[in-house]
Write a protein that binds this ligand. Structure first.
Ligand code: SF4
Length: 301
């Protein structure tokens, strides 16, 4: 099918099946365009929980669809590409976490939502990059096992007087941002503000003007005007920035930061899962219920 025909069919099937399409900010522009809602992990998790539609096509990576299923198990959550994983989520090994818990029984396990359901199930509370600071401050324990993203943990730990323990977990897309790239940009564009995602390495993060989640980068840009903004996160966000805050000028870090897993969703596989109601994400009910506790605790903050 031609692109326009595919789009028409997706719209038709969506109506016929009363389905909703949710897309993460890192999806391609054509997927963001056909989505009913575009947002960051926290925004999409909340929407999947509250929308009345019984079928959700989740244009993102596996752990995001899992989170939607955990929060709304009565709904059908379809993931266009079952191969769309997250290397960071896969870096957390449940046995390693259980060992850390044994070593530090008085620590709270705070888990970034970019994690598998199995890991969430052995956690005390989840967080996202937009609420991690509030979550960490809400936890009474003075010791924190922060998993899986040690970069996010270390970037937050600078401002929180608690003791942190990490595993080796990171996002390869954000970890690849180098200090030299940022220093070069500062030299070329001294008037530009650098907005970075907190998944970058702490040695790079110190050069950020602001460390913000994708949702908060967007909110910040919508509230300023006529600025030169360098965006150090996955390239998909630039589409939303140009669309919702065209009054500023946006620059990448000298190259596009691309998450290959986020780009596995395309019009063809969205059409197919809608048509066949395939690729449904379903978890073992016991894991689902345990994981739900840590997500709900986060949403209650
Ligand atoms: S951008 Fe990084 S954290 Fe997000 S899905 Fe891709 S690999 Fe995972």
């Amino acid at each position: 099918m031609e692109k326009q025909e595919l789009i028409q069919e997706i719209i038709r099937l969506k109506k016929e099946k009363n389905a909703v399409i949710l897309a993460h900010n890192y999806q391609t522009p054509e997927i963001q365009e056909i989505a009913d809602f575009v947002g960051d992990s926290l925004e999409l998790a909340k929407i999947s929980h509250t929308i009345p539609n019984q079928t959700i096509v989740f244009c993102g990576v596996f752990f995001m669809a899992e989170t939607a299923h955990i929060l709304a198990p009565e709904k059908k959550v379809l993931l266009p590409s079952l191969d769309a994983g997250c290397p960071m989520a896969d870096m957390a090994d449940p046995h390693e976490i259980l060992e850390l818990k044994k070593e530090h029984p008085d620590a709270a396990v705070v888990t970034y939502v970019n994690s598998t359901a199995e890991i969430k199930a052995i956690s005390d509370i989840c967080c996202t990059s937009s609420n991690a600071f509030q979550v960490l401050n809400s936890v009474k324990e003075k010791k924190i096992i922060f998993i899986p993203d040690r970069n996010l943990g270390r970037n937050l730990a600078r401002f929180i007087s608690k003791e942190f323990f990490y595993i080796v977990g990171y996002c390869p897309v954000h970890e690849a941002v180098k200090k030299e790239e940022i220093l070069k940009l500062k030299e070329i564009m001294p008037d530009a503000e650098i907005l970075m995602h907190p998944e970058v390495n702490p040695e790079v993060a110190v050069f950020a003007d602001k460390l913000l989640s994708t949702g908060n980068i967007l909110k910040y840009a919508m509230n300023v005007s006529n600025k030169n903004l360098i965006i150090a996160t996955e390239a998909g966000l630039l589409y939303q920035l140009h669309k919702k805050a065209p009054q500023n000028r946006y620059f990448n870090i000298g190259r596009d930061m691309i998450c290959p897993n986020m780009k596995k969703t395309n019009l063809q596989n969205v059409y197919e899962v809608l048509k066949n109601e395939s690729n449904q994400v379903v978890l073992d009910p016991e894991i689902r219920e345990k994981a739900k506790k840590s997500i709900v605790r986060m949403l209650e903050i």
